[in-house]
Design a protein around this ligand. Sequence first.
Ligand code: PMV
Length: 337
Amino acid sequence: MNKCAVVQHILKAYSKEPKREQGTFFAPSNIALCKYWGKRDTELNLPHTSSLSISLGNLGAKTTIALEQALKDRISINGKEVDEDSIFSKNLSHFLDLFRPLNSVFFRVATEVNIPIGAGLASSACGFAAVVGALDQLYGWELPLSLLSILGRLGSGSASRSFWHGFVEWQAGHDADGMDSAGACLESVWPALRIGVLIVDSEQKKLSSRIAMQNTVLTSPFYKIWPEKQARDLKDLKKAIEKQDFMALGETTESNALAMHALMLTTSPPILYSQASTLEAIDKIWHYRQLGLPLYFTQDAGPNLKLLFLEKDEEAIIKIFPKLIVVSPFNIGAFQC
Ligand code: PMV
């Protein structure tokens, strides 16, 4: 099955013509505590395993979409037009092809992103989620979030988790068409939880997660034990969240990220996203933890780290990492997952 067939299936009973002048949607960025790494279907971005994330509150992407008179899409980020020949524009236009009323109709897409550039903060996740949400508004479909999540996944797997605040689980599902592979939020609220973004290098990553995860699935001899580790970590994380057991949350999150990077090291050719500065920061985290500070990290497909800690330790941790960008995932007014 291809993306186009999935979109047609979901939208068959819905309007093919825009109902409004424009549509706008905000999607928060999300950080996986239990990672998504490896696809069972590379066309539909269907994962081998379920994953779990925490959303980054008010940090994310706000996108406005309208029809465009010109004979091409016009895309801007933070007020700056993006070159139509850039990989970014081409990817987005290719994704928008799935939603044009006619092949000859184009879109104006304006995105405001308030996440620190180069921080490795999954901008593709909130980016694709915001585009899908804005299309939903433009066409007046009013789809349930679970279906928007499926549409967002077709752009980028992790986008399926960017439609909610708080903790979000993306169920891997079993169906070939991926209709059972969508995000869903957990009711749990943990106001004291903090995420710190530690930028050790702001350069663009050299190898996309898309290619890296596929190479891992195809060549790491340890990938076959990954699903078992994932299932255990997911269960432990959900228990830790329910009990608000911070140590269990931190330990499992850190171990999950390290296992994902270990898989990458055993890929052929090997993949290494860490740099010397990443390892120095990890060493520092482990040093302070040994001294009794409850501080943990996770790492995605880049050299930067995301720290996990509690509100009560925020001051002490900022003294250790003065440039840390601190996010309060639940400090978003009235919480509704
Ligand atoms: O959705 P993608 O293709 O950007 O992949 C995301 C991969 C990780 O960020 C490393 C893990 C995750 O679950 O977000």
